[in-house]
Design a protein around this ligand. Structure first.
Ligand code: HEC
Ligand code: HEC
Ligand code: HEC
Ligand code: HEC
Length: 466
């Protein structure tokens, strides 16, 4: 796990505490009422039909617009300023941030390094930088007919891989009076909506039916993929500031909601993959990438099996699905929507048990659990999470961590990330930081994860709360 994220979050916490964001000028050229109407309509749809029935916009990789390439955004009067401009709504140095600090601008170049060459050799896929399996996640790999004149595959994961093909909005989005809603209608991808943002990031950071980094790729040398939306948004690093004018143009979204929607999106994407042909793998075994990596990869004398509620019914030695996100999602539901928590827990337990029976049983239980997740999301649409609920959730996560409930690394990692994000939201992470740092040291390196030390350090963080 990356440490950098804690330092970056520190900056942000400081920025937030010093009130710097609130001092940025407020622009009022966006017709706010229209924006609010759109949000209301969207919420009404979600409430009426559930999140799934609400038509999903196509992901940028599948949209119908030409992608023009980051060079078209890079002029110094557009997004290529050397320094942020405080007098405009957006900072205008996004291109600089992307080229200098954002790993996405180097995603294609990675395919030319020794690690990628070795992976491609082991997998027998020719050159990594020419292989579709790699290009689909490491650049904006739209088909040739959707590439503009300045588009280059070598640019990596560029602006339009996230914001959508700019063909229709490149001109109009800078016109006086153009609103965010106008841009969305012309194909801008709705990234301010945390559920859609999660869906997009996860399309590469977990995978989809079309593109997936399975166990063969991991064993050939690809890093294990892990994701948490709040931390990854900060770490990218963010090239936007959620200040007063941002809120006016795009609506307010708390860090806790971003985190929660990331968790919901992760569980939903994983369940969709389990139901897809990806799960079938290549031969005797299903795709191993869906299972908890460390349920196989740990020393035999480090006995980790225990009977947890979610995994009840699994015999010692059973191969476990990766439930790191689900465990935390259930704890979250227990704190903010208790009436939904039992269904999620039972659905998750049924999924684990079905994983020991047959693929068809597993798919059935995955679909049933996905419906529970949709119901939770619909119930929470528009809800504000109270500080008391978030504090209770943090206490519960720490107590469970201290009691040894998170012995699987994936769950341990997600629990840490959750507690850190909650502490930022509750604005007491400064006091907890030394203890959080020591706890972090116990999950930082997955190869040396010691669940006993992890539990002991979690106990110390919990004591720090009083
Ligand atoms: C499903 C999307 C996906 C696919 C397919 C994929 N990658 Fe990646 N790759 C990622 C993501 C996301 C990261 C960043 C992971 C992180 O740091 O959290 C990454 C990281 C890497 C890294 C950086 C490793 C490091 O230690 O910094 C290399 C090298 C790499 N990928 C090569 C490849 C090659 C070669 C292929 C094709 C065989 C490939 N990837 C296929 C998504 C993908
Ligand atoms: C990995 C995904 C990703 C990439 C790549 C990316 N962005 Fe963004 N960008 C985001 C997210 C997430 C937001 C926040 C949601 C929003 O406001 O749309 C954002 C917001 C913005 C904003 C809005 C700021 C505001 O105050 O309203 C601008 C402008 C922007 N990006 C420009 C760019 C440009 C230019 C590039 C390429 C140089 C780029 N982005 C590349 C994800 C990305
Ligand atoms: C088209 C695929 C794609 C999309 C979409 C995408 N990423 Fe990535 N992301 C990658 C790849 C590939 C890497 C690895 C690049 C590298 O290591 O240089 C990466 C790396 C990162 C990293 C660095 C991880 C690390 O461990 O150092 C962060 C943070 C990140 N992405 C956040 C996001 C966020 C937030 C979103 C959604 C707004 C997003 N990404 C969307 C492909 C993608
Ligand atoms: C079902 C058990 C199982 C699970 C779950 C599993 N692996 Fe493996 N893994 C194996 C086996 C078996 C090998 C082959 C070991 C060998 O060749 O000595 C292997 C090999 C590897 C290797 C190459 C090591 C080597 O010695 O060549 C890596 C890296 C790896 N796995 C990563 C992962 C990651 C990441 C995950 C989770 C996404 C994961 N594994 C999940 C069983 C598993």
């Amino acid at each position: 796990m990356q440490h950098q994220f804690m330092e970056r979050k520190d900056d942000r916490a400081q920025q937030r505490r010093s009130g710097e964001a609130a001092e940025r000028p407020v622009s009022n050229h966006t017709p706010r009422s229209r924006m609010q109407r759109i949000f209301l309509v969207a919420f009404a749809f979600v409430a009426l039909f559930g999140a799934q029935a609400y038509a999903q916009p196509p992901l940028p990789a599948d949209d119908t617009h030409k992608h023009l390439g980051p060079a078209t955004c890079a002029s110094s009067v557009c997004h290529g300023r050397a320094n942020p401009d405080d007098s405009t709504t957006v900072m205008q140095h996004e291109y600089r941030v992307w080229t200098r600090e954002d790993p996405h601008s180097r995603a294609y170049a990675l395919l030319l390094n020794e690690q990628s060459k070795a992976m491609a050799r082991r997998l027998g896929i020719g050159e990594a930088h020419e292989a579709k399996v790699c290009l689909d996640c490491h650049t904006d790999n739209v088909p040739p007919e959707r590439r503009g004149e300045q588009f280059q595959l070598t640019d990596g994961v560029g602006c339009e891989a996230c914001h959508g093909g700019a063909e229709q909005w490149i001109r109009s989005h800078v016109e006086a009076g153009a609103s965010h809603a106008d841009n969305l209608a012309k194909g801008l991808f709705p990234l301010p909506d945390p559920a859609q943002r999660a869906r997009l990031c996860l399309s590469c950071h977990l995978g989809t039916e079309e593109k997936y980094a399975g166990h063969d790729m991991m064993a050939a040398g690809h890093p294990r993929l892990t994701f948490e939306l709040a931390a990854f948004t900060t770490n990218q690093p963010a090239h936007f500031v959620v200040d007063a004018d941002y809120v006016e143009r795009k609506g307010e979204v708390s860090t806790a909601r971003i985190w929660a929607e990331g968790l919901i999106g992760s569980v939903r994407a994983q369940l969709a993959l389990i139901q897809s042909p990806r799960f079938d793998g290549h031969g005797l075994f299903p795709e191993i990438g869906f299972f908890d990596c460390h349920s196989c990869h740990h020393p035999m004398d480090d006995v980790r099996w225990s009977s947890l509620a979610l995994q009840r019914g699994l015999a010692p030695g059973a191969l476990r699905l990766n439930d790191g996100n689900l465990v935390i999602l259930i704890a979250f539901a227990q704190a903010v929507a208790p009436s939904r928590a039992t269904g999620l827990l039972q659905g998750g337990n049924a999924l684990h048990r079905a994983s020991q029976q047959s693929r068809s049983a597993l798919r059935q239980k995955a679909a049933a659990l996905a419906a529970e997740v949709d119901a939770l999301q619909a119930e929470l649409a528009g809800a504000r999470f109270e500080a008391g609920q978030l504090a209770a959730l943090r206490r519960a996560l720490l107590q469970r961590a201290a009691a040894g409930d998170f012995r699987d690394f994936a769950a341990a990692e997600q629990a840490f990330l959750a507690v850190e994000t909650l502490s930022l939201e509750l604005e007491d992470e400064g006091v907890l930081r030394p203890r959080l740092n020591r706890w972090f040291a116990s999950v930082r390196d997955e190869h040396r994860f010691d669940h006993r030390r992890y539990a002991a350090e979690a106990g110390r963080v919990a004591e720090g709360l009083r």
